[in-house]
Write a protein of this length. Sequence first.
Lengths: 578, 578
Amino acid sequence: MGVFQHRWLPCSPPVAVLVLCLILCMSTPSAEARVRHHRWEITYQFKSPDCFQKLAVTINGGTPGPTIDAQQGDTVVVEVKNGLLTENVAIHWHGIRQIGTPWSDGTEGVTQCPILPGETFIYKFVVDRPGTYIYHAHYGMQRSAGLHGSIIVSLPGGVKEPFEYDEDRNIILNDWWHRSTYEQAVGLSSIPFVWVGEPQSLLINGRGRFNCSQAGTTAVCNPNSPQCSPYVLTVVPGKTYRLRITSITSLSALNFEIEGHNMTIVETDGHYVEPFVVKNLNIYSGETYSVLVKADRDPSRNYWAALNVVSRRPTTPTGLAVFNYYPNHPSRSPPTAPPTGPLWNDTDYRLDQSLRIRARRGYAVPPPRTADRVITFLNTQNRINNRTRWAVNNVSFTLPHTPYLVTLKQGLLHAFSQEPPPETYDYQNYDIYAVARNPNATSSDGIYRLEFDSTVDLVLQNANTMNPNNSETHPWHLHGHDFWVLGYGKGVFDPEKDPKNYNLMDPIMKNTVPLHPFGWTAIRFRADNPGVWAFHCHIESHFFMGMGVVFEEGVDRVGRLPTSIMGCGHAKVLGRKP
Amino acid sequence: MGVFQHRWLPCSPPVAVLVLCLILCMSTPSAEARVRHHRWEITYQFKSPDCFQKLAVTINGGTPGPTIDAQQGDTVVVEVKNGLLTENVAIHWHGIRQIGTPWSDGTEGVTQCPILPGETFIYKFVVDRPGTYIYHAHYGMQRSAGLHGSIIVSLPGGVKEPFEYDEDRNIILNDWWHRSTYEQAVGLSSIPFVWVGEPQSLLINGRGRFNCSQAGTTAVCNPNSPQCSPYVLTVVPGKTYRLRITSITSLSALNFEIEGHNMTIVETDGHYVEPFVVKNLNIYSGETYSVLVKADRDPSRNYWAALNVVSRRPTTPTGLAVFNYYPNHPSRSPPTAPPTGPLWNDTDYRLDQSLRIRARRGYAVPPPRTADRVITFLNTQNRINNRTRWAVNNVSFTLPHTPYLVTLKQGLLHAFSQEPPPETYDYQNYDIYAVARNPNATSSDGIYRLEFDSTVDLVLQNANTMNPNNSETHPWHLHGHDFWVLGYGKGVFDPEKDPKNYNLMDPIMKNTVPLHPFGWTAIRFRADNPGVWAFHCHIESHFFMGMGVVFEEGVDRVGRLPTSIMGCGHAKVLGRKP
């Protein structure tokens, strides 16, 4: 197991090589493009990331998994061997658009059958834009079991970022439970609903700290485990650091702060941000940010890097890392109390940060001026057959067991509902501020079919949950695309007035965007990537409970599907007589 | 979900029906043969069989699952829907020979690919012999997670058993851990080896009793849960009961006793036993026994039915049920202390019971007088790459990820090792009473290919484990066949002398047989069932760690394989272009 790299030979036959060569040549000087080859084995291991021992799903024995480092235009090949005993797996490359390789998106039920125990699946895709991306399991609730890591795509040699820094550091943020994802999932599907509760710990680069005195007598909890010593970010006084911050939480919206240090936001989801300074960073599951931090404070001491829950009433202790000024000892605790973050329910504060994120001058990609189609998604918590579910426009999404990419490409249209889901909701009469009078919803695996190359607006509308005076933050993630963030607002989106205030000047492009409590978020994208793509709330339990949709566009233009994505449902065995 | 039965119409077309009709007509009057149709959904549920709550794999919400009741000659159809989230499943019909339906044996890696989440697999087979059988998961270590139940095949109307009884009761015996099978399996594969320890409870019909004061503070343990009230076997004074006793333990050899009541053994593994009386019954995982018990004691009180561990030093409390004389209240505790069973390490006592089990006079099936081939299996505990394993003849078995039935039938011989495993071991020099000087073994997925219709003897030879003065009991189970039990012995099997003492007169036929510590067991079978069949230690962790082999016989005679068994490994996608 490990990483090895091939220098790319751009002009050697056979045909497959030439085709790949063409893809590479389009995006970057061919002399630079390489194949970055990784071999991963997925196994369960006992891990104590917060001192409390539990089984985690690991890559080559670790969680987070290894970082994929590549250069713009490189081809990344990851051979994933499923070394679990009875459990399947699938891995999504979050933020990679998979242009020309929709079968490598890694979304079980949408783009592939799951990888069975003992099998090896080869993901192969081009990383066509520099930036900070994520990979993670996209099957069941395996993501929260530990299967995730970072993808860092650098610029080609000789090309410079529009900002300066001395060093680069990855920071992966996560929330962590002691109960297994099986227990979580069974509770979510139970009647009555059983909620696993808030996370026990917040992890920074896979390290947290649970108070072992609260562990049960039969639990293994070792406060001296090296696995749960805090992450140490060592800095040299005077230098500037680019922190590539990723949130892969299952549930929590987070606020990240380095005590006494400002951060300048310069990148998000692979796009340059017009720089602005914050004291702390609100970050939602599925988002990435690059921030610049200068080690310009009193160098005689260390500082806390602190992670706090926002948007839900926090019961999880602050996650801590050490911002260590060289040559102080990394284990020297900062002399001050760790920051506790902003008020958890200060929605305006978080909305304000969202609104400030604009494309960097000179790097803005202008959006189409108008949309060909507008789909409005009312986000609600619902009930179906006495189970708690989430829905959009009163339809709770269920994943089929044959991937849409296969069924659509092969015309197996009986494999899922052919009834298109609703385009909007009754916004004139629905009261987003109250518990729905009738919270019952229906479930469906129907999808939205988009005209190829059309421009689509999506308006996410938040509402009250089934609890009075409660609306949650939903970070929505779109596969296969970046989208322009046209606007955020409070209250009910007005389809007449609000589009007039859309930012068509310098909207940031992203792949994940928050929908704030009782508010709306409007985004625009071009349906120009042949394939089938999920769009869903990145809170793992919310998607599991139906908060997502699927788009098809130009599936007739998709090339021949690899048989490796098949083997399940209607794609179980195609053809030859045994 | 549920059970429904079709009256069989023996003379209606089409061809498939006629073929099935022929099969049925051979074994039983066609007017009686029915199709017994079951629809099962496999899900995780929180269960508290011993008061301690944990996730169990259930069938239609229960563990043990529903009993399959059928009559000799019936066709059983079980539609198994995998309702697990990310985990596959496969179910074996233990003791059913699957004549003509080797693809319904349910052995993942041998006869089928696993059933994926969301998929439905249809098992269909004829139950051609009356008796007491078992079904259970045969994938990973799912059996010990709760997926098991009974198959009861009764005689056709008008045909009588050779013994009398008033009522019939099923008794399923099991051992139970609080840690998940995932945790168990990871420990077994770890370096160093991590052993989950002895079971927390013994269950009788899915009910046990853990002392909740020993549970951790974070555990859910409720001594008043109705799920863990003891099983009550209510009897009417003077009546005789046939108890169909099944052991489905993952590890434990058991001794079952009804306080103060003798038991007459009359059936084992679907074969009539020449009746003999015991005070208690030694039963090994994978075995079934019918015993007759007469309610002939003081009817003014209740009695304990007690279950104790034998063959391993017991640390698990006695499992208890109530043998309740009507009309005493079932919850009235017997006034006496529960039986503690025989000495756990009294191997002679258990060997003696094994030797007494002979075919019932008038029902003995004579074995072939000689064997065409003798294979000797030295049972050892070994080390491979610092992992603890079990092996036979120094080869530790590894299951491939494409079922042998598919690879052999389709000639995909590259899918597994073509090197035949060894036929014997160096019995003249190997010291079975000592820890092996070199415990290193090799692993292989090679199989034994048997000449069709030949007679094969298997000699199981026990030995010392890697701990001094220790040899374990291994119950070996053969798929697809019953075998004759020719003999048991102590010490080293002598291939010259011992066969002369084989019982060729009235050997019992069984499908599961114990290999006692430091002893040997010899069995004979006819390789007359076209297919591919596992033969393995029925201790779940032992098979998981390599203690098994596979036989192929007459695979060229196997009919066209159903595509439903495919979908994995080399059988992933066969053919048609997408």
